[in-house]
Design a protein around this ligand. Structure first.
Ligand SMILES: NC(=O)c1ccc[n+]([C@@H]2O[C@H](COP(=O)([O-])OP(=O)(O)OC[C@H]3O[C@@H](n4cnc5c(N)ncnc54)[C@H](OP(=O)(O)O)[C@@H]3O)[C@@H](O)[C@H]2O)c1
Ligand SMILES: [Zn+2]
Length: 404
């Protein structure tokens, strides 16, 4: 149990403000904490939810940046809206100010994340708002980055602008949970998703697994993929299932499809090697099967050799690439290894009301080395709902601060 970083306590080696921010964000997102007092009016809530609706238009496209929406209201009417479309492009506030023009003077701006106060690829939004003469700024959540948190709000207040913070805070944190995780832990948020039968099997004894769940549940998975930056499977899943791993929607974002394979003993032809629909990256070990690497490169598949091919190294690499969220859609062997290394924070289990049996049929999580039930990893913030004819159980591993 000692070697399971996901269940350890908060890390005392982190600076206090980082710890505080982790608690702040977790208490905002967490359903285990007592309900917070409502901030702002019903109208404020409606406008903030509109910001989140706008923010979602860029789902899956903004990493390493967050999803942000902004709405400008003058005399009770919306006069400008905007959202952050992708990293490198202007922030939500800039689009909303542009749409509002002169009407921004004396208006109230709603923005789901604290306006930035630093020169990045774009000038600070705090200065833009001051210049535009807005009278009030309503903020959904503070910036989770401990180095900038509160800076934008302080700058606005110093300029005499009224600032209200925390309207629909938990909805704002939920939408950007992956971005928050990336900032606080310097890793993408790892989400393990699997579909199993009521008797806990993810495939038959022969390895056949299409399909465990209903069409509705599969549609939900497609939605989920559209909001993620990458999906990981292992070599066996490619050999057994030949999956597409796309979001199957014309307009939706397709995440990077990642295969982890040590020896590259993979089929020469596979749906994942067709890169016109979505990009594919194969992560492997140094010197693995050079001929097969050439074959992949010819088909537009990216190949990266890691010194040791482990879930943590894969996540560290994907963090460096600017990713916020990674969906583990692998089988039980790789899933167990990912959990053991702390590469999974959230679990989404689709459970189909059917029984397949089979004493050696694969299960969602392989060996974790536990021998007593007291060692079981308990999820928190657990929710469940019915999707089509299936049940979706969702929860989080207790999180510790990551000091890497
Ligand atoms: N129902 C579901 O939700 C679902 C989802 C996915 C898969 N499945 C089923 O799961 C079965 C495959 O299970 P699996 O556990 O073998 O899945 P897997 O997703 O293929 O993972 C195992 C493979 O990952 C690769 N790998 C690379 N680094 C690894 C590491 N550090 N630790 C462990 N593995 C590493 C290896 O590939 P190489 O051998 O190429 O080196 C290994 O064979 C199939 O029958 C498939 O149908 C079901
Ligand atoms: Zn900004």
């Amino acid at each position: 149990m000692d070697n399971f970083p996901v269940v350890a306590q908060a890390d005392a080696s982190l600076p206090n403000h980082t710890q505080e921010n982790i608690h702040l964000v977790e208490s905002a997102v967490g359903s285990n904490s007592p309900p917070k007092e409502k901030v702002g009016s019903d109208f404020d809530s409606r406008m903030m939810l509109r910001c989140l609706e706008l923010a979602r238009r860029a789902l899956g496209r903004t990493s390493p940046n967050p999803l942000v929406g902004a709405v400008i209201v003058k005399d009770g009417e919306i006069v400008g809206e905007g959202f952050h479309p992708r990293a490198g492009e202007p922030h939500a506030e800039v689009f909303a100010l542009k749409a509002a023009g002169d009407r921004a003077r004396g208006a109230t701006i709603y923005v789901s994340l604290e306006p930035c106060n630093h020169y990045g690829r774009t000038p600070p939004c705090s200065e833009g708002l001051i210049e535009a003469g807005v009278a009030k700024v309503v903020v959904g959540m503070v910036d989770p980055n401990p180095l900038v948190a509160g800076g934008g709000i302080a700058r606005l207040r110093a300029a005499g602008i009224e600032v209200l913070v925390g309207v629909e805070e938990s909805a704002c944190c939920q939408l950007n949970e992956a971005f928050i995780h990336r900032i606080l832990y310097k890793r993408p948020l790892g989400i393990l998703k699997y579909a199993m039968t009521l008797d806990g099997k993810i495939a038959t004894t022969s390895g056949h697994s299409a399909w465990v769940t209903s069409q509705e549940a599969r549609n939900e998975v497609h939605q989920l993929r559209a909001g993620c930056d990458a999906i990981i499977v292992g070599g066996n899943t490619v050999r057994q299932d030949n999956p597409y791993l796309t979001s199957h929607q014309v307009e939706a974002h397709n995440p990077l499809r990642v295969v982890m394979s040590r020896h590259l003993n993979l089929p020469e032809s596979a749906h994942l090697w067709q890169t016109a629909d979505a990009p594919t990256l194969v992560l492997t070990q140094e010197g693995a099967n050079p001929d097969f690497q050439k074959l992949l490169l010819k088909q537009g598949v990216e190949v990266v050799e890691l010194t040791s091919l482990t879930p943590d190294k894969a996540m560290a690499y994907l963090y460096e690439r600017g990713f916020c969220s990674v969906l583990w859609e692998c089988g039980g062997t790789l899933a167990a290894s990912a959990i053991a290394q702390g590469a999974v924070q959230k679990v989404l289990a689709f459970i189909a009301p059917k029984i397949i049996g089979g004493s050696i049929a694969p299960t969602p999580v392989g060996d974790l080395g536990f021998t007593t039930m007291t060692e079981a990893l308990s999820l928190e913030r657990v929710r469940w709902r019915v999707v089509g004819s299936d049940c979706l159980v969702e929860g989080y591993f207790p999180q510790k601060a990551n000091s890497q």
